[in-house]
Design a protein around this ligand. Structure first.
Ligand code: ADP
Length: 447
């Protein structure tokens, strides 16, 4: 096992990784920007090193400064968390050049599964269901029109290197396709430095269902079942839950097993999530693979009793996954609400600022993953998520009731948060029934 690791991240996920390290007996070194200087979780780290000013480019995204901090602190490994440098294979290469273990996949495996077009090739071979559409990137307009015709409209044009819900265009007929294609390529080139675009069938009213997988360096990969993350706004997940309500268990098992095969076929080690859209008939189509631990990993931890962050560290240290697929049992139901410092009444405007009162909920089956507390100031520089509230109960209905109870206890003043929205959603009939689609929340907010 490692003696000491560096956490190349901030906020709740930095704290989550510190907690995993403490339980493993690993020393945790945190880095922080000047905007995070007062963050209370830094006190829980064995060492904290300032790496620059608030803007992420000058601190959490600055590879030279991170590597310098890693060398000063003499760490053996770096945990990237999510966001920032977590999916940058050039960062993984640089860690390797400095003989620092990256806690995550090799740059080759990240390259294979992190690229949407490459990942599809691997998926096809592993028997993971993918969208009908182009086999790879398309360059020629006529060729694109032919593929779209075969796929059937509507189709969606997507950037191979896309992310964060950007670089996508829905085309409902050939005219729209032809007028969009050049623009999509130019946009992709400007935004991602790679002009490749591809075509997929566009699925209306789909659900977002994803599979958590963990791989090790001994050729093992095990899935930890699925999560439903259909409650979204502008492609950003707001609520996640596990298991996915109302999904045929046999069908989901097949998809989970295929996702594990996919990860194995890329010789991938670390935590990964294979994301799918699911149609009304419960057919799955792979969207992409996220080559890192995800924000919503706690719901899977709650239903399986496993610690995904600890596992990611163990496998990076070269240990085999310490259990078998058949040992992964699902117990009960878990839900996570993202608590964002945003004003739901003002179009989700970010509300950075000082939190005078922070009273988190507690009691049976309640978990709060957050770096905030009374007196903490949310800096304006980063993501607006200030914490995650997770509950676990025997059944989905009980979990919904428990979440409503916990949200009712949660006091955050005076900044605005998404807590009132979540309270409303816990009472929402459509959500309580289960099986909402990814545009449900947007319709609800409009209506
Ligand atoms: P990103 O990496 O930018 O997040 P994804 O491929 O994960 O891109 O897609 C983001 C979102 O766009 C999905 O969650 C879904 O809402 C929508 N989307 C993407 N592909 C399709 C598709 N083929 N049909 C319908 N919606 C899609």
């Amino acid at each position: 096992m490692f003696k000491r690791i560096l956490i190349a991240n901030r906020g709740e996920i930095a704290l989550r990784i510190i907690r995993a390290c403490k339980e493993l007996g690993v020393e945790a070194v945190c880095v922080y920007s000047e905007a995070d200087r007062e963050a209370p979780y830094l006190r829980l780290a064995d060492r904290a090193i300032c790496i620059g000013p608030g803007p992420a480019r000058e601190s959490y995204l600055n590879i030279a400064r991170l590597i310098a901090a890693a060398e000063i602190a003499e760490v053996e490994a770096i945990h990237p968390g999510y966001g920032f440098l977590a999916e940058r294979s050039d960062f993984v290469e640089i860690c390797r050049e400095h003989s620092i273990e990256f806690i995550g996949p090799s740059p080759e495996a990240m390259g294979a599964l992190g690229d949407k077009v490459e990942a599809k090739r691997f998926a096809k071979k592993a028997g993971v269901p993918i969208f009908p559409g182009s086999e790879g990137a398309i360059d020629d307009e006529d060729e694109a029109a032919k593929i779209a015709e075969e796929t059937g409209y509507p189709v969606i044009l997507k950037a191979a290197a896309g992310g964060g819900g950007r670089g996508m265009r829905v085309c409902r007929n050939e005219k729209e396709l032809r007028s969009n294609i050049k623009q999509a390529q130019n946009e992709a080139l400007a935004a991602f430095g790679n002009g490749s675009v591809f075509i997929e069938k566009f699925l209306e009213n789909a659900r977002h269902v994803e599979v958590q997988v963990i791989g090790d360096k001994h050729g093992n990969s095990i899935h930890l079942w699925e999560r439903d993350c259909s409650m979204q706004r502008r492609h950003q997940k707001i609520i996640e839950e596990a298991p996915g309500p109302g999904i045929d268990r046999k069908r989901v098992q097949e998809v989970c097993e295929a996702a594990a095969r996919l990860v194995r076929s890329a010789e991938y080690s670390g935590a990964a999530t294979v994301e799918f859209l699911m149609d009304k008939d419960q057919n799955f189509y792979m969207l992409e693979v996220n080559t890192r631990v995800q924000v919503e990993h706690p719901v899977t931890e709650m239903i399986t009793g496993l610690d995904i962050v600890q596992l990611s560290i163990l496998v990076a240290a070269g240990e085999p996954i310490p259990f078998k697929q058949e040992d992964v049992k699902v117990r009960g139901h878990a839900i996570e609400c993202r608590i964002n410092a945003e004003d739901p009444d003002k179009n989700f405007m970010p509300c950075a600022g000082r939190i005078n009162t922070w009273i988190p909920p507690g009691g049976p089956g309640v978990r709060v993953d957050s770096h905030a507390c009374s007196g903490y100031t949310v800096p304006p520089n980063y993501d607006s998520m200030v914490g995650k509230l997770i509950v676990h109960a025997d059944t989905r209905d009980k979990a919904l009731d428990r979440m409503a109870r916990a949200l009712g206890e949660f006091t955050v003043e005076p900044i605005k948060t998404t807590i009132p929205l979540h309270l409303r959603l816990m009472q929402d009939e459509g959500f309580r029934k289960g099986g909402i689609d990814i545009h449900y929340l947007e319709r609800l907010l409009k209506g």
